[in-house]
Unconditional design. Structure first.
Length: 595
């Protein structure tokens, strides 16, 4: 489509009470409104909400909030808030989470009825990494209109905005109704309407989650960072000593040392010690050697300590917002083609599982955390999809699933399963979800290829329908070059059919997408249910990690809130798991910890 310049735009600039009342009266019954904001900063805790733009597509209204000293209580703004909160009036915005946060924080109202063209674009792209999703890119792709974004970084705090600024603000809202029309049709044709509904309904919970933030105990974090630094130094010293015999001597005095962060230098030293190091020194490939070679075990220990020290050091304290004393991370709602949420600035989803780190995230005085997660949700989804009776019965029994699987694979009674056997079965259970083959499973566990093949053969002999499902769905993914979650979320696969490795990778990725993506669908439904159920209570959602939701509330309300969390998560799972029982485990704690 040949880009065309935006036509002239009809907009009204409104900055007085009478103008607010008149404009809101004119658009109160419109079914669709383009919606945008202009702010003086990126962070709602640091700047002011300057403009709100609403557009019918024919006329655009630019509301200037500069003259209002109390946005939350000024009665002149009530008609505008009524429109924003009206579920029946669809507000069309690009990257709506940004606008929702500013409106909620500064106006004190929730925006309801959202169509987000950014999220819609991600869904329609279906994993195509070549697509771009800025408003300018999306507008050009779907409507052929070229937007001028030069005023985006202009000064929105000026007492008088320029005609160019006002036209820019109006144009971004004005294009939204036409853009929605094109994208809604595409969502319908691609059978993505349910997935889009999930995303749009989850917008406000994610926006509020970011505004809520999570409390980090500064003193505890500093103490842990110092412990991690000392631990890394101690392990590095031990590893240098162990590797020194494999390092060429470069000096007549002192111990020969290497750069422990250089994979090549470390691999050479290990080989000089007679250790059969594979070409790649990734952790999963080295792990099987750890039991036989103390040097490998120490290397893995060093890498873990190094990552803890460098990734989770005192620099995290810079993310604490002075106005709240909390960390307000950025949650990317579609962080992967599977629909999984990702997190950055900082990444709260990659906090080490050790209590030493998790306990630094705690509830303030008089408050508690309710920590709830889905137990083995991806395996339960796999059981549901495969309809394997033995797989489903294992969950129905309520017994330890990994122990039950180990009993079948090793042909022993469940009570006789050793910890090592359970660990093997656990790795195999989750390996099945990610499509590992015998070779990879052997590398993960130290088994020979034939031993790994035999173990997997015993596994699938127990779960025959599961084996058939994985084969059938994998072949369907290759034939159709696409995969869908239970909600219809779509992933299009691109691969060279003459390349066996590329075909195998596409098969694994496609099958996993159906499982992991459905898990993401369920979690997002749960976040919306929970957000609604916790309204007007002391509770607020403060974090989410794939299959886990963390809520903070007053101590007196903790038991009741825990029940609400469990119910919301069960209700969300029940939308997609009809045959397989769902287990939600919730606990109340002062800190984000395992116990």
């Amino acid at each position: 489509m040949t880009p065309e310049r935006s036509p002239s735009i009809n907009f009204q600039y409104i900055n007085d009470p009478e103008g607010f009342r008149r404009a809101c009266g004119e658009i109160l019954r419109e079914p669709y409104l383009g919606f945008d904001t202009e702010t003086t900063e990126i962070d709602p805790y640091h700047g002011n909400l300057r403009l709100i733009q609403l557009s019918t597509g024919r006329t655009t209204y630019v509301f200037d909030l500069l003259k209002f000293t109390d946005l939350k209580s000024d009665p002149v703004l009530e008609p505008l808030k009524e429109i924003l909160g009206n579920e029946k009036i669809v507000k069309i915005a690009h990257n709506a989470k940004f606008d929702l946060k500013w409106v909620k924080h500064h106006l004190g109202c929730e925006v309801r009825g959202i169509f987000d063209t950014f999220l819609a674009s991600l869904l329609i792209a279906a994993g195509d990494s070549d697509r771009r999703h800025s408003l300018a890119d999306v507008a050009q792709f779907f409507t052929g209109v070229e937007l001028d974004k030069s005023e985006q970084v202009s000064d929105w705090s000026a007492a008088e905005l320029t005609p160019s600024q006002l036209e820019y603000a109006a144009r971004d809202a004005q294009i939204m109704p036409a853009l929605r029309e094109q994208m809604a049709e595409r969502l319908k044709n691609d059978r993505l309407e349910e997935a889009a509904e999930i995303e749009f309904q989850c917008l406000m919970p994610i926006a509020q989650l970011e505004l809520n933030g999570i409390f980090l105990d500064r003193e505890r974090w500093i103490e842990q960072a110092e412990r991690a630094r000392r631990e890394e130094e101690a392990i590095a010293e031990q590893l240098q000593e162990m590797l020194s015999a494999g390092v060429a001597q470069t000096s007549l005095f002192g111990r020969a040392e290497i750069n422990l962060d250089s994979q090549q230098q470390v691999a050479d030293a290990l080989r000089n010690l007679g250790i059969p190091v594979p070409e790649s020194t990734r952790a999963w490939e080295l792990q099987p050697l750890a039991d036989s070679y103390p040097e490998i075990a120490k290397l893995l220990q060093y890498r873990a300590a190094r990552k803890s020290h460098t990734s989770f050091g005192e620099n995290w304290l810079e993310f604490i917002e002075p106005a709240t004393g909390r960390i307000h991370a950025d949650f990317r709602q579609i962080g992967a083609p599977t629909g999984r949420i990702s997190c950055s600035n900082p990444n709260l989803q990659q906090i080490p599982a050790e209590d030493a780190y998790r306990k630094c995230f705690r509830a303030p005085e008089g408050r508690r955390l309710v920590i709830a997660d889905y137990s083995q949700i991806e395996l339960r989804i796999l059981a549901e999809f495969s309809e394997d009776e033995n797989f489903i019965k294992a969950f129905e029994s309520g017994a330890d699933f990994h122990r039950m699987a180990a009993a079948q694979v090793f042909n022993v009674a469940p009570e006789s399963v050793t910890q090592d056997q359970r660990t093997f079965a656990k790795r195999l259970n989750f390996g099945i979800v990610y499509g590992v083959g015998a070779s990879r499973f052997g590398s993960m566990t130290g088994l020979s290829r034939s031993e790994a093949e035999n173990m997997m053969r015993q596994y699938f002999a127990t779960f025959r329908r599961l084996d058939a499902y994985l084969r059938e769905s994998g072949q369907r993914v290759i034939n159709e070059r696409m995969a869908r979650t239970a909600s219809g979320r779509l992933l299009r696969l691109r691969f060279d059919e003459s390349n066996r490795e590329a075909v195998a990778a596409a098969r694994r990725y496609g099958v996993n997408m159906m499982i992991q993506g459905t898990s993401a669908d369920i979690l997002k439904r749960a976040l919306r249910f929970l957000y609604d159920n916790l309204a007007d209570s002391s509770a607020k959602i403060v974090n989410t990690v794939h299959d886990e939701i963390i809520v903070e509330c007053d101590t007196a309300d903790a038991e009741e809130v825990a029940k609400k969390v469990e119910n919301a998560m069960r209700d969300a799972g029940a939308l997609y798991l009809m045959k397989t029982p769902l287990l939600v485990e919730a606990r109340i704690s002062k800190e984000w910890s395992k116990e």
